[in-house]
Write a protein that binds this ligand. Structure first.
Ligand code: NAD
Ligand code: MG
Length: 411
């Protein structure tokens, strides 16, 4: 079913929540898009299944031994997919000359190098991996300006803002924009008594009321660090000053964000909370394609609510704003400390309410330096992870104090 005019798509992180939704949309339009490469770190059986179905030219598995295993398995079945490994393999498929579109859906800092490789190679980059922009915003945006690449936001809020702005939009002031209103549901603990938050479990934190997502972003939604990271992401993507972005809590997740104009207009993008809508929008932009998401039924929905964010309940919002204002390496430090703290929480080694404490400890002790290149970003990231390990060991375990913490895990 090779179609010569089809766009070739590389899906980084194809076994994750965004990856699976992306493949669902692509499968609806086989004549328009072809899967050229798929990548994963875990859930390799699922990756094998995706290879059987889409027969991509390449699959990449992070771990070389597991890559060799998959290659052998696929060869025995006669599936013509070549299997690569390592970060080099990820960067190779993200920048392959035959690729038109790269979906950047690896979770966390690990997405930075392959996503940047796609930008530098001039691809149409669909950005779900917000952490890479948070860590290296200025470098990332400079690489974008110097390449032929285009960057389309997948994060539902940023995709909504993109849809509510004129295109292209180089300057918010010139476009008459007064404010960007970044909406967030408030997560599963929006109205839980604060005194109960200390003991919440990973399962409770991952049970988001509106969205089904990977575990790391689900915890970020529960602490509202997700909104903090999105605040930083929006500053870079839309060249906005921190003061131009307000966070609005909107528990139903029907409005995905808004743009307020000088003349009093407030534009909102609405839809059912399903990531296939922003994925389809970004894939086809400026055209529109079917995403499989049913139309929003406003009558059935009945009402939309809004409230101010509670920064006492969600200190991560303040920490993210402070990191953005501090600039330089501060957002990378915030992101790294958060990744370590969230992994510890998911491992049952850190109490939920200790997540912001660990991040704040690290932000206080890490120097803010200028990030001149990728090596500097990765150094700031590594040092912040070391500091976060130390902060973890200084108490705040689950139940008792001072629970031990295992050696650093790559994320
Ligand atoms: P997920 O955990 O479900 O999937 C992550 C994918 O990345 C998997 O395929 C995994 O194998 C791969 N991966 C993990 N670590 C890796 C590593 N070190 N190297 C290479 N690959 C690795 O995550 P997700 O929920 O799909 O989120 C992906 C990204 O999209 C995140 O940055 C998240 O913030 C962003 N995002 C997700 C949603 C959502 O609804 N899930 C919404 C907005 C933004
Ligand atoms: Mg989002």
């Amino acid at each position: 079913m090779q179609s010569p005019s089809a766009q070739q798509v590389c899906v980084l992180g194809s076994t994750g929540s965004i990856g699976v939704s992306t493949l669902d949309v692509l499968a609806r339009h086989p004549g328009q898009y072809q899967v050229y490469a798929l990548t994963a770190r875990e859930r390799i059986a699922e990756l094998a299944q995706q290879c059987r179905r889409f027969v991509p030219k390449y699959a990449v598995v992070l771990d070389p031994a597991r890559a060799a295993q998959l290659e052998q398995e696929l060869a025995e079945e006669g599936v013509a997919t070549e299997v690569l490994s390592g970060v080099e393999g990820l960067c190779q498929v993200a920048s392959d000359a035959r690729v038109d579109v790269v979906m950047a859906a690896i979770v966390g800092a690990a997405g930075l190098r392959p996503t940047l490789a796609a930008v530098q190679a001039g691809k149409k980059v669909l950005l779900a991996n917000k952490e890479s922009l948070v860590m290296a915003g200025p470098l990332f945006m400079a690489a974008l300006a110097q390449s032929r690449a285009s960057l389309l936001p997948i994060d539902s809020e940023h995709n909504a803002i993109f849809q509510c702005l004129p295109y292209p939009c180089e300057d918010l002031e010139q476009a008459g924009v007064e404010k960007i209103l970044l909406t967030g549901s408030g997560g599963p603990f929006r109205s839980r008594p604060v005194a109960e938050l200390h003991g919440v479990t990973p399962e409770e934190a991952c049970a988001h009321p509106n969205w089904s997502m990977g575990r790391k972003i689900s915890v970020d939604s529960a602490t509202m660090m997700n909104k903090g990271l999105e605040f930083i992401e929006a500053c870079y993507l839309f060249r906005a000053e921190p003061a131009q972005i307000d966070i609005v809590v909107h528990p139903q997740s029907i409005i995905h964000s808004m743009v307020q104009y000088r003349d009093g207009s407030l534009l909102a993008q609405m839809g059912n909370p399903d990531m296939r809508t922003p994925i389809a929008h970004a894939l086809a932009f400026p055209e529109r394609i079917d995403s499989g998401v049913p139309a929003l039924d406003l009558i059935a929905q009945g009402r939309l609510d809004f409230e101010a964010p509670d920064e006492a309940r969600f200190p991560c919002l303040r920490l993210a704003r402070e990191a953005m204002i501090a600039g330089g390496s501060a957002p990378a430090v915030l992101n790294a400390a958060n990744e370590v703290a969230v992994a510890a929480f998911l491992d049952g080694k850190l109490a939920f309410t200790e997540i912001p404490r660990v991040i704040e400890d690290v932000m206080k002790s890490a120097p803010v330096v200028e990030l001149r290149d990728l090596d500097a970003v990765e150094l700031a990231d590594r040092e912040a992870r070391t500091l976060a390990q130390q902060a973890l060991n200084q108490g705040g375990g689950v139940g008792t104090t001072g629970a031990g913490f295992p050696e650093s895990r790559s994320m």
